[in-house]
Ligand binder design. Structure first.
Ligand SMILES: [Zn+2]
Length: 131
C-alpha cells in the first residue's frame, strides 16, 4: 500500500500514525458535536492525547491561526476596497472568526497533535496479497 501523504492526512483530519482513522467524531459544521474527538484511533487504536489536558496546548496554535485570519481579512478588504471605516474591518473580522471557528478549532488541534503528539507514521502491515 502506498504511503498516504502527511499533508492530505492533516487536511482530512486523519490519525498521525496510520493516516486512516478519523480524529473527530463528526463533520466540522455539526454544531452540537464539532469539538468531540476520538480518544483512540478507530483504525489502528493509538491513543491521541499523550497526557490529560494535552490539547490545551492547541490554544497557542489557535492564536496563531486567529492572527493569520485577522490579517488576511483586513488586508483583503484594504486591497479590494481601499480605506474603509474601522467598523467595516471589525465586522468583517468578527463574521469571519464566527464562520470559521469550527475549522480553526479543529486545525489547531490537528496541527498541535502532528507537531507535539510524538506519533510517527507507520506503514500498514502487508499480508500475502500477491501469492
Ligand atoms: Zn490510526
Amino acid at each position: 500500500m502506498a504511503k498516504k501523504s502527511v499533508g492530505r492526512a492533516i487536511a482530512l483530519g486523519k490519525c498521525p500514525q496510520c493516516h486512516e482513522g478519523d480524529l473527530f467524531k463528526s463533520k466540522p459544521y455539526n454544531l452540537r458535536k464539532f469539538t468531540q474527538m476520538h480518544e483512540t484511533c478507530p483504525n489502528c487504536g493509538v491513543q491521541y492525547a499523550r497526557e490529560p489536558r494535552f490539547f490545551e496546548g492547541a490554544m497557542y496554535v489557535s492564536y496563531a491561526i486567529s492572527v493569520a485570519l485577522f490579517l488576511t481579512v483586513a488586508f483583503t478588504i484594504y486591497f479590494l476596497f481601499g480605506r474603509q471605516p474601522t467598523y467595516v474591518f471589525m465586522t468583517s473580522i468578527i463574521v469571519a472568526v464566527i464562520l470559521l471557528y469550527p475549522l480553526q478549532l479543529r486545525y489547531s488541534r490537528i496541527l498541535y497533535l502532528y507537531a507535539f503528539g510524538n506519533l510517527k507514521y507507520k506503514e500498514p502491515v502487508v499480508t500475502d496479497q500477491n501469492n
